[in-house]
Ligand binder design. Structure first.
Ligand SMILES: [Zn+2]
Length: 103
């Protein structure tokens, strides 16, 4: 089971770097990171071969791929459309990406 701590941490990290992910994707990443953090302590920092590195690389690749998803042109990745000239429309969900920010 993934603790709420990791799910929230990943959620914050994703948000900080502008990565849009579904709750399911975040839960999966959180689960992987939690696993990594629990096994990391088992290996000495002096160890040359660290089995976790491959997983970390995989995660980074996934993150990179996530970032390379096409950003929605309509909302520029925000997932909502802000219209400063019309406050009533501010933060209405983007009709192109359905609030995902990326396509
Ligand atoms: Zn959009």
């Amino acid at each position: 089971m993934t603790s709420t701590y990791w799910t929230e941490a990943i959620s914050e990290i994703f948000e900080e770097h502008g990565v849009t992910a579904t709750a399911e994707q975040m839960a999966k990443v959180a689960s992987d990171v939690e696993l990594l953090s629990s096994t990391a302590g088992e290996y000495s920092s002096e160890s040359v071969i660290r089995p976790g590195d491959e997983e970390v690389t995989k995660l980074r690749t996934e993150l990179t791929l996530e970032k390379q998803k096409v950003v929605c042109k309509e909302c520029r990745g925000h997932g909502f459309i802000g219209d400063s000239s019309d406050p009533t429309r501010y933060e209405s969900e983007c009709f192109v990406c359905k609030g995902a920010g990326r396509i």
